[in-house]
Write a protein of this length. Structure first.
Length: 122
């Protein structure tokens, strides 16, 4: 197993997504039994972070949200598109059910300005 302090995964990495038509109530009900609320909350926070950083599928953004007791922890690392150092890192936490708050905490920190510079430099 890779030490998460050494390398974080891509946002949403390892989460399984299954879709169905909105009007297919029977399939939706079957799939609802497979939904893990903790995983859904974590992936929502990770995806919201990518959006807040104006990232895309080619952006060197790593993020891992985890649920611990009654809080949501978010660890983030961002590099530059050219692969050159530095890599900036941060962590934030918020109460469970407040994935927007954990992303806001990251984006309100000095980390966000550094990360944006790395991601969007010409």
């Amino acid at each position: 197993m890779i030490d998460l302090r050494a390398m974080l995964p891509a946002p949403g990495q390892g989460a399984l997504a299954i879709q169905c038509r909105r009007d297919d109530a029977e399939t939706y009900q079957l799939l609802e039994a497979l939904n893990d609320p903790d995983t859904a909350e974590c992936v929502a926070a990770e995806r919201a972070l990518v959006t807040a950083l104006e990232g895309d599928c080619h952006s060197p953004i790593a993020a891992l949200a985890t649920v611990k007791l009654n809080r949501l922890d978010l660890s983030v690392a961002v590099g530059s598109r050219d692969g050159m150092p530095p890599v900036v890192r941060t962590t934030a936490e918020a109460p469970r059910g407040a994935s927007a708050s954990v992303v806001t905490a990251v984006m309100d920190s000095p980390f966000a300005a550094e990360a944006r510079k790395l991601l969007h430099k010409s």
